[in-house]
Ligand binder design. Sequence first.
Ligand code: SAJ
Length: 426
Amino acid sequence: MAENNQKVCVIGLGYVGFPLAVLCAQKGYEVFGFDKDEKKLSRIENGENIVGEEYLDEIIPKVKISVIRDEKEIGNCDINIIAVPTPVDEKYFPDLGFVIAASETVAKNLKPGALVVVESTINPGVCDEVVKPIFEKAGHTVGKDVFIAHCPERINPGDSKWNVTNIPRVVGSFDEKGLKMALNFYKSIVSAEVMPMKSIFEAEATKIMENSFRDINIAFVNELAKSFDLMGIDVTNVIRGAATKPFAFMAHWPSCGVGGHCIPVDPYYLIEKAKELNFDHKFLRVAREINNGMPLYTVELLQDALNLVGKALKGSKIGILGLSYKANVGDLRESPALKIIELLKERGAQINIFDPHVPGKSTSKNIEGILENSEAIVVATNHKEFMEIPPEKFKEYDIKVVVDGKNCLDKEKILAQGIIYKGIGR
Ligand code: SAJ
């Protein structure tokens, strides 16, 4: 629970910052939220669950989050959490603009002696080379009148089991006092292990390692999917077979691409940092190339399947089921579906889109609507609504080809309808 009425300010009220702010308020902190997006602030004032995570629904009505519109009010807070995006630009170069802006805002208004924790995912060295100098330039002495720590976020949007209340954390700082302050804070809100790292660099490296681990393992099964497809082997059955081994194997699944705010982005932070030190993370680079190539691979599967029924991509009516980067959420960031649509349009296909979680960007209002306007279907997101489509329905609407980009449909039943089915590696 909160110590002696400490005030917490969360800078960045997205899928990471907002749940954290709610949790801090629930644990007795006086919580303030700061965000550039006025809409978010007013929605929070209206008591809305602005990230839509169900576990927050019952907590929000019982807690108070005060929004800050005058950044000077940050100066009342004892603990400042920076939870802003760390994207990459179109050339996959890290964009620390949000972290820099947030750090400058906090540094300008800092309460002397306050703790500043960066939760945004960053590469080793960012706290030392980017964040710390900002506070020093503002006249603060790190370890004396400001304490800086890094506690990388581990939010998994849409996960009904793991969330900010129970996910273990790692924490690193520049100094003992900063580490102690950060450990005390996270131990007061998280009902899971909070592991102190030997340095802030180790804390930065931990998260990048976690997500790079995921990216290379997905690339591994994506490459297997391509080779096993040529051998007529269903890679998903082989993965299930390998997963019967109770140790030393961790299943990942091939798909039409790797999206989201983290997995396809974080490895580039490490690749670029190591490049500064003349080290080439070729393995990470190759994994990124494989995963970035999956949308094109999916389009080529569709093209070959259409050719089997005497059709070309050009002029064909293609229905895209799903825009979001992962199941049952409405988040488009780095979504492979967007790349697939771009590639199909370049090849002259006529596109229809339906994603129940992204109605604003769907051209059809429902599944029947998209099926009646399509000759072939690409499943780009494994939303539960799509997995419930009876295979007969594809036949009913005379769909000739189904490309299952998330291997989430019943292959045998679709084939039994006389429809060409192509999965990713199955
Ligand atoms: N994907 C595959 N094959 C897999 C797993 C995922 O193709 O075996 C694809 C998904 O379809 C999606 C992308 O990769 O497009 C990312 O999937 P994700 O499940 O990692 O989803 P994120 O990015 O929302 O959440 C991840 C967290 N996910 C899990 O560990 C399950 C975790 O890595 C981080 O806590 C989080 O990013 C973060 O914030 O860094």
